[in-house]
Design a protein around this ligand. Structure first.
Ligand SMILES: Nc1ncnc2c1ncn2[C@@H]1O[C@H](COP(=O)(O)OP(=O)(O)OP(=O)(O)O)[C@@H](O)[C@H]1O
Length: 528
């Protein structure tokens, strides 16, 4: 039976006590699902059954410091004796006083507002409520107002005492199970967070196999990449050349829900302006001379996946506007086509240019900048994370050996020292090229040594009169031989430039004199 149905048969509580007639009242209380519902139901039952002018049930908040109200404004400090609740709770017994007296003696504004509408001739009773299950915790207070006779009757009303006891017992039980529910919900939430944290940590470890580096900056970057991959937000990668923007773009795709979809990439700086639009948007048959077939653009091809626009700073302004429209609406129109198409893609854009400066120079649209940078990521230059150089160099040596089918070798401490001390304006790409070159210069099976590393450009005496080396032949079919030939030719040039002075040639190439002599013997290079 619901509360409404019970209301119609609500028996009068009264001196007859809790006979069977009181059962629907008890049932109504028992059916309440929360302490707040219980307070409301209890107040209503009391008001209706006992003909009280006003009943309100206040509750002690979790901290035990405040008395809260389910409907009224504000909360009352349990230690503020300007209202009668503090007195009743402190005494641990009901407090009865006239409404008029309460108005003059107790000047708490919230309490005064509570009783403002009551006639001055009524009596007010505040009854502290505590859990009756052995725990001495305070639950709240029952406030009621009625004429003198009704208030006096309450003292001897066994039915009312039973009602109050039941109210307190149910309230304590509901409060405890509500607390348990809240605690287990909080536990579930923190477990979920923990699992989520563990899951992210696992992903970050997998990502560390592709995006190497143990520095704090790289760890931060990897966790940002995982976060970005979880969303569909447009990502803007900013960082100097060679810092790994392309790697990060691919990782975002690979770790995202779109991983099974296509990853389409284009370098906006590498494509002539006239072609870039049709590369991106595609074209209809006959859209321009030479367009004898309709062709889908990268935006269409990236549907369901990721579109990576590298060097976005070089995108022409007119195209920027069209790209913004695609991002805003998810719709685009191929060149010469009459219909619009939809593309569901995530955009990752990258640039090494300071886009804010380009906005100031009116070469980049501010609205596109903000749309692209929903999830901005900035990649640290290698010079700011030198502790990663050893890890990266080792990995690049291992890569070289695998690619070349050589036995795995290491790096000597001297070479590592040199690598850590150099400047890398080309960042990781420069380090990788340097290691590849040094590996090629080292005898198979030997650890990469400092002698194999070329001198830094700034330390090398500028061989201005040196003729450029021949471009590598496309007909190379033996890389090792080609590298030996290249190396021999480079040494011959240097020796010529320094009139056969091996000390100067060795210094200019950043190798010890003995190494150069050894190489000359090995490569059969004669002094000029
Ligand atoms: N953290 C890294 N771990 C392993 N390899 C890396 C890392 N960062 C960059 N690389 C490697 O360095 C080279 C350059 O990286 P990438 O092309 O991603 O740089 P970029 O910032 O996109 O350069 P650009 O701006 O010139 O296009 C690549 O061979 C890439 O694999």
């Amino acid at each position: 039976m619901g509360v409404e149905a019970i209301d119609q048969h609500t028996p009068q509580l009264g001196p007859e006590g809790i006979g069977l007639a009181a059962m629907p009242t008890a049932l109504a209380l028992v059916e309440c699902a929360s302490p707040a519902a219980l307070r409301e139901c209890g107040s209503r039952l009391l008001r209706d059954s006992l003909g009280l002018a006003w009943v309100e049930c206040l509750f002690v908040e979790g901290s035990g410091r405040w008395l809260g109200r389910d409907h009224g404004e504000g909360r009352l400090d349990c230690d503020d004796f300007r209202h009668p609740y503090a007195h009743a709770i402190r005494r641990g017994a009901p407090l009865t006083l006239g409404v008029a007296e309460a108005r003059t003696r107790l000047d708490h504004p919230d309490f005064q507002a509570q009783v403002a509408a009551l006639p001055g001739g009524l009596r007010l009773q505040i009854r502290p409520l505590r859990a009756l299950d052995g725990q001495r915790e305070w639950l709240g207070a029952l406030a009621l107002a009625a004429d003198d006779e009704a208030v006096e009757r309450l003292a001897d009303d066994a039915g009312f005492a039973a009602f109050e006891a039941l109210l307190c017992r149910l309230w304590a039980r509901l409060a405890r199970s509500q607390g348990e529910r809240q605690r287990s919900a909080a536990l579930r939430e923190s477990l979920a967070k923990l699992n989520d944290g563990a899951r992210r940590q696992k992903l970050a470890e997998r990502l560390a196999e592709a995006l190497l580096g143990d520095s704090a900056a790289m760890q931060r970057l990897r966790s940002q990449v995982i976060r970005a991959a979880e969303t569909n937000l447009a990502v803007l990668l900013q960082g100097q050349t060679g810092t790994g923007k392309d790697c990060v773009a691919r990782a975002i795709h690979r770790f995202s829900a779109r991983a099974e979809g296509p990853f389409m990439a284009i370098n906006c700086a590498a494509i002539p302006e006239a072609l870039l639009e049709s590369e991106l948007f595609g074209h209809a048959k006959g859209a321009f001379s030479g367009a004898d077939q309709a062709r889908e653009g990268l935006i269409g091809q990236a549907d369901g996946g990721t579109l990576f626009l590298d060097e976005i700073g070089d995108m022409p302004l007119a195209l920027q506007a069209k790209l913004l429209r695609v991002l805003e609406s998810g719709r685009y129109r191929p060149l010469g086509a009459s219909d619009e198409r939809c593309a569901d893609l995530r955009l990752v854009a990258a640039t090494h240019q300071p886009l804010r400066e380009r906005i100031r120079d009116q070469r980049f649209r501010a609205d596109l900048y903000y749309r692209l940078g929903q999830f901005p990521l900035s990649l640290p230059p290698l010079g700011e994370r030198r502790e990663d150089i050893a890890t990266l160099a080792q990995a690049f040596v291992a890569d070289f050996c695998t690619r070349e089918g050589r036995d795995e070798v290491g790096i000597t401490p001297a070479a590592l020292r040199q690598l850590r001390q150099r400047d890398y304006p080309g960042n990781v790409r420069e380090l990788k090229n340097l290691v590849d070159y040094a590996c090629a210069m080292s005898p198979p099976g030997a650890d990469l040594d400092a002698a194999a590393l070329p001198a830094e450009a700034s330390e090398t005496r500028e061989p201005a009169a040196e003729a450029p080396l021949a471009a590598p032949s496309v007909a190379v079919d033996d890389l090792r031989q080609a590298l030996r030939d290249f190396e021999a030719e480079l040494i011959r040039q240097r020796l010529r430039y320094f009139d056969g002075n091996r000390a100067l040639a060795a210094e200019s190439l950043g190798v010890p004199k003995r190494t150069l002599a050894h190489k000359c013997r090995l490569l059969e290079v004669d002094a000029p």
